[in-house]
Write a protein that binds this ligand. Structure first.
Ligand SMILES: [Zn+2]
Length: 325
């Protein structure tokens, strides 16, 4: 007598601006197989999507399909999981793209879409710095800025799955223009792209720095941190300004929710001495005592794999992803 197979593996896809990572993940959160593609390898969008689908098929080929839970896809933008749509990704310019249906047709598996920041928070909650806790906020400090929120052990989306989008709090210098079009959004000063905006503003005002000699596309957060490590005062001041904005914004969500832990994730969080440590100190310095007494502010534990692992584990957040509907 044959017994119906219970799913014991998950598939996560992390869509980034420069790389799409795919992984098969076991139920302990370990990645057991991976693949990656560059999202713009081909000139036409449909060719890139076909490449993504065929890479996914190759990754899954060695396994019986009955072993898999639904596929989870983490994306840097707005998604509508109920309709299977990538509504908008600013960096990739995917607009109303029916990604879930495309991958479902190619694999026969269910597909759920989630914001990458929420996926990262879910991964850190299940297997990383938030493991064993109940209420967690996980901030992704990268080219942009947003938080994923876990309340009472559940991934919290709020209306339209946009809970934790603190990047558009209007708390930065109004001279810094956000990608959303508004002046002074936190993300316009408190992110990798925001750091570049601060330095560009200062160069425009006559600041003297070796960064002014860089080609426009070479002036990025990495170059600014490199200059800061060499002691460039303009770079150091820009980083400190960014930390000031981040501290206010992260304090706002920490005071509002008083989570057990505020986890700092994302590429920028790996700048330990120049960013992570002073940021933790400043969040504490500007926060109400409910935060300083109760909230652990800690670095992420999963590193760059957090969104992939969290997306793969969406089947454990059925209320959030609509799988219980
Ligand atoms: Zn904005």
């Amino acid at each position: 007598m044959s017994v119906a197979m219970q799913p014991d593996l998950s598939v996560g896809i992390d869509v980034g601006a420069t790389k799409i990572s795919l992984g098969v993940v076991d139920q302990a959160g370990a990645i057991v197989a991976t693949a990656a593609i560059e999202p713009w390898q081909y000139p036409a969008l449909e060719d890139n999507l076909a490449h993504l689908a065929s890479t996914l098929e190759e990754l899954l080929a060695p396994y019986d399909r009955g072993r898999f839970h639904d596929i989870g896809v983490g994306l840097p933008g707005t998604v509508d999981d109920a309709r299977g749509l990538v509504v908008y990704t600013p960096n990739l310019r995917w607009i109303d793209l029916p990604l879930a249906g495309l991958l479902r047709d190619r694999t026969g598996l269910g597909v759920h879409l989630v914001q990458d920041t929420a996926a990262a928070a879910w991964g850190e909650f299940l297997f990383g710095a938030g493991r064993g806790l109940t209420n967690v906020v996980c901030a992704t400090l990268g080219s942009g800025l947003a938080c994923g929120v876990i309340i009472n052990g559940q991934l919290y989306g709020g209306a339209n799955h946009t809970a934790g989008e603190i990047g558009h709090l209007r708390i930065a210098d109004p001279a810094l223009i956000c990608g959303c079009g508004a002046n002074g959004c936190l993300e316009a000063g408190g992110s990798g792209l925001g750091l570049v905006k601060i330095v560009r503003r200062d160069i425009g005002r006559g600041a003297v720095t070796p960064l002014a000699a860089l080609a426009p596309e070479a002036l990025n957060a990495h170059a600014i941190f490199e200059a800061a490590h060499l002691g460039d005062p303009v770079a150091l001041a820009a980083i400190n300004e960014m930390i000031g904005y981040l501290a206010v914004g992260l304090s706002a969500i920490a005071v509002s929710l008083t989570p057990d832990a505020l986890i700092l994730s994302g590429g920028l969080s790996r700048e330990h001495d120049l960013l992570l440590e002073p940021l933790i100190q400043q969040i504490r310095a500007v926060s109400y005592r409910t935060v300083t007494e109760n909230v652990r502010i800690v670095p992420a534990a999963l590193g760059p794999d957090a969104p992939l692992i969290g997306a793969a584990m969406l089947h454990r957040a059925p209320e959030y992803s609509g799988q219980s509907r």
